[in-house]
Design a protein around this ligand. Structure first.
Ligand code: NAD
Length: 294
């Protein structure tokens, strides 16, 4: 049976790792936070004391870390994992990072004969728990064919976006749309309520009308409109505003690199930076709702 090392057990990594465990793979886990490892150790995973220890004897490595610097720090350099992994090891790097950082990591992996895919995800914590994530993958088709069973244990839609880094390009495009939709939904909710509408009534009308979008379907930012959303839980859990701000910054870098015009993405980034200045970076990104209410 394949042994998988899973590094990074945060909001997303923990439920993703749990689905690999449920699918019957041997799992070794590592996170800087002990409590996250303890949860999975209680369910049959082996908790390691370091990332290097976690990858010993593993044929597959999955990582789910916050940003580019964490991923480069984990894999590159004399103390990085690439120096410790056997040639032929399969690495599924699922964090959302800069396309350029992903290409650097791909190049370093190739030098060592390691088969890497950049494989960022969409679907949120609910999709991670349900095993219905969308994977957007950059890298070689043959590597993806080999990785299918692992992606299928964690996700439903598995897309080959293109060569090295293409998964990350698809991801920043997607998240720019998500941020713009979230802000548009939040300002409309606030305007409707300020003009006397019941939030749940307005939300349902827009959801069933031409304004309908993912945030209205699954992630309404107004507290109490939908059960089990971060908004109905004090904006805790979910996808931190500081991570959305990071993704919007990556989208602006991609726009800059290609000379693309992305005014909505630029405005979304500015609004999220404002939220961070208000000390709301650790809250779910739907907390942008609070910019529009008293
Ligand atoms: P998170 O901050 O909850 O989790 C990151 C985890 O990585 C933490 O537990 C942290 O302790 C751990 N970590 C950091 N550096 C480490 C290291 N060197 N070794 C081991 N562990 C380390 O973040 P998250 O919400 O799980 O997001 C992870 C990635 O997925 C980000 O790139 C994010 O942009 C992306 N993403 C998040 C969501 C979401 O809804 N939360 C959705 C899609 C994509």
């Amino acid at each position: 049976m394949t042994t998988i090392a899973f590094i990074g057990l945060g909001h997303m990594g923990l439920p993703m790792a749990r689905n690999l465990l449920k699918a019957g793979f041997n799992l070794k886990v590592f996170d800087l936070v002990q409590a996250a490892m303890d949860q999975l150790a209680g369910e049959g995973a082996l908790a390691a004391v370091s990332a290097i220890e976690a990858v010993q004897g593993a044929q597959v490595v999955v990582s789910m870390l916050p940003a580019s610097r964490h991923v480069e720090g984990l894999y590159l350099g004399a103390n990085g994992l690439f120096a410790a992994l056997k040639p032929g090891t399969l690495v599924l790097e699922c964090s959302t990072i800069a396309p350029e950082a992903a290409r650097n990591v791909h190049a370093a992996a190739r030098e060592r004969g390691i088969q890497l895919l950049d494989a960022p995800v969409s679907g949120g914590t609910a999709g991670a728990a349900a095993g219905t994530l969308t994977f957007m993958i950059g890298g070689q088709a043959e590597t993806l064919a080999k990785a299918q069973p692992f992606f299928q244990a964690m996700g439903k839609n598995i897309f080959h976006a293109g060569p090295d880094g293409a998964g990350q390009v698809a991801k920043v495009c997607n998240n720019q749309v998500l941020a713009v939709q979230m802000i548009a939904t939040a300002e409309a909710m606030a305007m409707g309520v300020a003009n006397g509408l019941e939030p749940a009534v307005l939300a349902e009308i827009m959801r069933q009308s031409s304004g309908g979008n993912w945030t209205l379907e699954k992630y309404n930012p107004w507290p109490g409109v939908m059960a089990n959303t971060p908004a109905s839980n004090g904006y805790s859990g979910g996808f931190m505003a500081e991570l959305m701000t990071k993704d919007l910054g990556l989208a602006q870098e991609a726009a800059q690199a290609s000379g693309s015009s992305t005014p909505m993405g630029a405005l979304a980034l500015q609004l999220y930076r404002l939220l961070l200045k208000q000390g709301k970076g650790k809250q779910d990104f739907s907390v942008v709702q609070q910019l529009f209410v008293e």
